[in-house]
Design a protein around this ligand. Structure first.
Ligand code: SF4
Length: 245
């Protein structure tokens, strides 16, 4: 009989506690306790590291890319370049339905008046629908990215039936940069132009030297994350929730 999700997550955290990220990805994708797993990627500034790890051992893994229809052209081009170069075989571009966009954001200005609703419409809800067929998803989240992630485990319970897997949880900027150098991975072109964290074009600005890397996301607003998230299958307001992009 299959163990409860929380028991499987605890077991996975124990089993792979000493694995480095690449070894953890390799083992995780073959471990029956994780079930059907997708990689969710924004193809942002550091995304290529986890994409490379997955492509190296299981290029057929479904990769979910949320196109909000508000992204930089550079991100869309980079997504195609990276997927091609790494040989990813199952990249799925996720978008909000035309019906929902027409009903909730007909003129494309919702991000100005209600960015949480815009993120829910263009990111969270389409992603949640795409994840319905999976038992878990790989994320690129890391402990160094903020206080709410300081205790991030490699495996965590997300909903009653699904887990999140964070292979890079314990890595910092140094390890990320070293991995990119080691494998000569392509960089997102906007990083060199002052964007260390890259989201949608209307909500991302360049960052000055010495600023927090995420200072350019929703600059001038209290909002720091995608906003509305699903916990146990229900939409919740920000708090301890985490970003997708
Ligand atoms: S980041 Fe901005 S444009 Fe993108 S979905 Fe959120 S509010 Fe909308």
């Amino acid at each position: 009989m299959r163990l409860e999700l929380s028991q499987r997550v605890a077991g996975l955290n124990h089993r792979y506690r000493s694995h480095d990220p690449a070894a953890l990805v390799d083992a995780t994708l073959a471990d029956p306790d994780t079930g059907r797993v997708a990689l969710v990627s924004s193809f942002g500034a550091e995304s290529v590291v986890l994409l490379h790890m997955v492509a190296t051992v299981a290029p057929q893994t479904p990769v979910l890319f949320v196109d909000t229809l508000m992204l930089f052209e550079e991100t869309l081009a980079y997504q195609r370049e990276v997927a091609d170069q790494l040989g990813l075989r199952d990249v799925r571009v996720i978008r909000a339905s035309k019906t929902d966009l027409a009903a909730q954001d007909p003129d494309g200005t919702l991000h100005e008046t209600n960015p949480d609703a815009c993120c829910a419409l263009r990111k969270t809800a389409p992603l949640e629908a795409a994840l319905a067929e999976f038992d878990g998803w790989l994320t690129g989240r890391k402990r160094y990215q903020g206080q709410t992630r300081a205790d991030l485990d490699h495996f965590e319970v997300e909903t009653a039936t699904r887990m999140k897997i964070n292979p890079l949880a314990h890595w910092g900027r140094t390890e990320i940069a070293a991995y990119m150098d080691r494998y000569d991975l392509p960089r997102h072109p906007l990083v060199a132009r002052g964007y260390p964290s890259i989201g949608c074009a209307p909500c991302t600005s360049p960052v000055a030297a010495g600023e927090d890397p995420r200072a350019g996301r929703w600059r001038g607003q209290e909002k720091t994350e995608c906003g509305i998230h699903f916990v146990n299958g229900r939409i919740v307001r920000p708090g301890n929730s985490e970003k997708v992009a």
